[in-house]
Design a protein around this ligand. Structure first.
Ligand code: CTP
Length: 400
């Protein structure tokens, strides 16, 4: 696959495998990518600046404080320029800095400033690799959505056998190219997603909420972003973080806040997916002070919240795709069909609380998809990440 037009930062830290990075740079350039390199001082003990400069056809960024070039805020402009960064070799030291937000050299500074996909190819002695501190740092980075290119098992520079040598340049290249290949699908498309629960305040300390974790919506947001979309995630209170840094998250608390935020972004959205478990009702009055216990019973009057999905269905144009969720406990398909029609949806994802492992508080989900043309598809119980892939895959048919 060609990487024509792609801007890749190649970051090098100080490991002997840096010599292999020269081949990676050649491969990237040969396949059409524009490459800029960033090297730590230690990396330049293993490869020269001249080699990096000659192969990448660009200056090497290695000094945050240099005054003889255009590097004044280079870490920001480089971050804006890049479509992705690959760090190879990534030593235990640079992985530790990445995981802990330390920015004391050009490479770790760029890493913090970059909100683009990052590939990391760890390289070190196998005992260092297996050290719990290193493993924990790697895990932290994986959880933050870094694409880890695991070291293969083999002979290490020190003569030991084990896991820790840098993956071959061809394999690293394939990972990056593969990422861009799948990431093209939704490029240029704007996606609006609601996720999580809403909290409806009763008084300054209490609220009406629900058990939604937000995981399903976050997975859908990540999957669209992985496929190149411009994603806005409007999320109720949820501790689940996106893995893809491209997702723009707007945190909200109540249904009304979620509604106002969606109204702002809906008009320009190509595809909107409402996966949030929005509270249908909210206390009519929010008590200014904490409600004290007095009588044997307490009545709180509730007023209907705006139906966000219903409103968007009324506003939707021919070109826009609108997808809703339904969580039903009885008469699932009949209720779902009615919802699809009454809210003017293109597609409705149904999960039933009667299915084991589906719905709230599970890592898995079992869904059926109902379409405006009356077609229905049933899916097996899967991880929410895989369900998100199925959903995005079905939506692909709508827009192409
Ligand atoms: N939804 C919404 N705003 C609301 C309520 C629901 O946007 N105030 C959206 C949800 O995000 C979901 C869909 O509507 O995509 C279905 O929600 P659900 O609560 O199952 O259905 P309701 O339309 O609220 O109907 P009912 O509660 O009667 O089942």
């Amino acid at each position: 696959m060609s990487l024509a037009g792609k801007h890749i930062i190649v970051g090098l830290s100080g490991g002997i495998a840096a010599y292999k990075t020269l081949s990676l740079i050649r491969l990237l350039v040969k396949n059409g990518a524009s490459v800029k390199t960033v090297a730590t001082p230690n990396a330049l003990h293993f490869v020269t600046k001249l080699s990096l400069q000659t192969l990448s056809k660009n200056n090497v960024y290695n000094d945050v404080f240099s005054d003889i070039n255009d590097f004044s805020t280079e870490h920001i402009s480089l971050a804006d320029w890049a479509d992705a960064m690959v760090v190879a070799p990534a030593t235990a030291n640079i992985i530790g800095k990445f995981a802990n937000g330390i920015a004391d050299d050009a490479l770790s500074t760029i890493f913090l400033a970059l909100n683009k996909p990052v590939f990391v190819a760890p390289t070190m002695n196998s005992r260092m690799y297996e050290n719990p501190a290193v493993q924990q740092n790697l895990q932290t980075l994986i959880e933050r959505g870094i694409h880890m290119i695991e070291p293969p098992i083999g002979e290490l520079a020190c003569g030991d056998e084990g896991k820790g040598r840098m993956e071959e340049p061809e394999v690293i290249y394939e990972r990056i190219a593969g990422f861009f290949l799948t990431s093209q699908t939704f490029s240029g498309k704007k996606i609006l997603i609601t996720a999580g629960p809403t909290y409806e305040a009763i008084d300054p300390v209490r609220f009406i909420g629900n058990h939604s974790s937000g995981l399903m919506g976050v997975c859908i947001a990540d999957e669209f972003a992985n496929q190149g979309a411009d994603v806005i995630l409007v999320c109720g209170p949820s501790a689940i973080k996106s893995k893809n840094p491209i997702v723009k998250r707007i945190d909200v608390v109540s249904a009304k806040e979620m509604f106002e935020t969606c109204k702002k972004h809906f008009e320009t959205a190509d595809i909107t997916i409402c996966s949030a478990a929005v509270a249908d009702y909210a206390p009519k009055q929010i008590a200014e002070q904490k409600i004290k216990k007095k009588d044997e019973s307490l009545v709180i009057e509730l007023a209907k919240n705006p139906d966000i999905l219903g409103y968007l269905g009324e506003q939707k144009t021919e070109k826009q795709v609108l997808v809703g969720f339904a969580l039903e406990t009885e008469n699932e398909f009949l209720n779902a069909e009615n919802k699809l029609k009454s809210k003017h949806l293109d597609m409705l994802i149904l999960n039933s609380l009667n299915d084991e492992g589906a719905g709230f508080r599970h890592q898995t989900n079992k869904v059926s998809m109902l379409f405006a043309n009356k077609e229905t598809k049933h899916f097996e119980l899967k991880s929410k990440q895989d369900v998100a892939k199925d959903i995005v895959n079905e939506i692909t048919h709508y827009i192409f």
